[in-house]
Ligand binder design. Structure first.
Ligand code: AMP
Ligand code: TRP
Length: 326
């Protein structure tokens, strides 16, 4: 039986936090058992915000290292750096000629970044490149957090446009979002999502943080003044976020955990959360520290060679379908 194919990407634009881990990475790891998996460090996407060249070079390798440390196994998954496979950019150009500018202008992520002072064509066409990532591998599904739903809808719209103009070629990709952890909130402002770009580093726990750092960040997490542990996202976003995190790292449901901690103070709940997260991330951190740069770059080169062959097979067909081959 042929397995369904999935693709997902992560930007090397900052350090990987437990939002990325809970919303995306841990599911990517689990999916290796049942799907043909392709994972990518999307360094071309990172260029849509200003980057220091030496820092970007370092960040993309570090991000690749985290994927490997978290359990992405290059023997079972295709894993590589986006810019090493130029077919992504070629397909992006072609899809851009089908893209609706009105639709692109309505993307929340675009509007947020504009508000923060970003202004360039790449930021506007970011979802077109994302669609190209997905379509160049002709995958059936894309595991991502909730914040990518609009981009996935845009990709599906492009598939409709391409297929109706040139014949059914691309499969329609489905979004796969985890039941728990699809939207992890900032520790400092629990009504906003945990984000790589938040200037306050204590708003997020990094997957490479040591146990002391994790304890310190969790202790300082914003809660509320009620001093009553209960799961209520509207009224108690800070406590509910801590319960979500604890649920993912212990495998219990939030209801079980809320019941179990109903009589505890916030301090005690925070200690429990910090221990669970530190214990859960310890193997990732250890694996991360054990990986050498040269080794990771070598694995990425091998991944890119294989990804390039597969992507080229798609592009041969695409060029033929649209009239760019004789
Ligand atoms: P990014 O950090 O934008 O490169 O996102 C990489 C992956 O992590 C995507 O699948 C996102 O949907 C997911 N992700 C990012 N932030 C969060 C968050 N706060 N909660 C859950 N998933 C997230
Ligand atoms: N846009 C995604 C994010 O910000 C990253 C990404 C780029 C991606 N290309 C992708 C995710 C393709 C899934 C599939 O998180």
């Amino acid at each position: 039986m042929t397995r369904k194919r999935v693709f997902s990407g992560i930007q090397p634009s900052g350090d990987i936090h437990i939002g990325n881990y809970m919303g995306a990475l841990r599911n990517w790891v689990a999916m290796q058992d049942d799907y043909e998996t392709v994972y990518c460090v999307v360094d071309l996407h990172a260029l849509t915000l200003p980057q220091v060249p030496s820092a970007l070079a370092e960040a993309r390798l570090r991000t690749a290292k985290i994927l490997l440390a978290a359990g992405i196994d290059p023997k079972r998954s295709l894993v590589y750096l986006q810019s090493q496979v130029p077919q992504h950019a070629e397909l992006s150009w072609i899809l851009g000629t089908l893209a609706s500018m009105g639709h692109l202008g309505r993307m929340t992520q675009y509007k947020e970044k504009l508000d923060k002072g970003g202004q360039n064509l790449g930021l506007f066409s970011y979802p077109v490149l994302m669609a190209a990532d997905i379509l160049v591998h002709r995958v059936h599904a894309v595991p991502v957090g909730n914040d990518q739903t609009q981009h996935l809808e845009f990709t599906r719209d492009l598939v409709d446009r391409f297929n109706s103009r040139y014949g059914d070629y691309f499969p329609m990709p489905e979004q796969i979002t985890p039941g728990l952890g699809a939207r992890v909130m900032s520790l400092k402002e629990p009504t906003s999502k945990m984000s790589k770009s938040d200037p306050d580093g204590s708003s997020r726990i990094l997957v490479t943080d040591d146990a002391d750092t994790i304890r310190r960040k969790v202790r300082r997490a914003v809660t509320d003044s009620e001093a009553r542990v209960a799961y209520d996202v509207e009224r108690k976003p800070g406590i509910s976020n801590l319960l979500d995190i604890l649920a993912v790292f212990t495998g219990n449901t939030v209801e079980e955990l809320a019941d179990r901690h109903a009589g505890s103070g916030y301090g005690q709940l925070k200690e429990t959360v910090a221990e669970a997260v530190a214990t859960g991330l310890a193997p990732v951190r250890e694996a991360y520290l054990g990986l050498g740069d040269g080794e990771v770059q070598g694995l990425m080169d091998e991944g890119a060679a294989e990804a390039g062959e597969r992507a080229e097979r798609t592009m041969v067909e695409v060029r033929r379908l649209i009239g760019l081959s004789n």
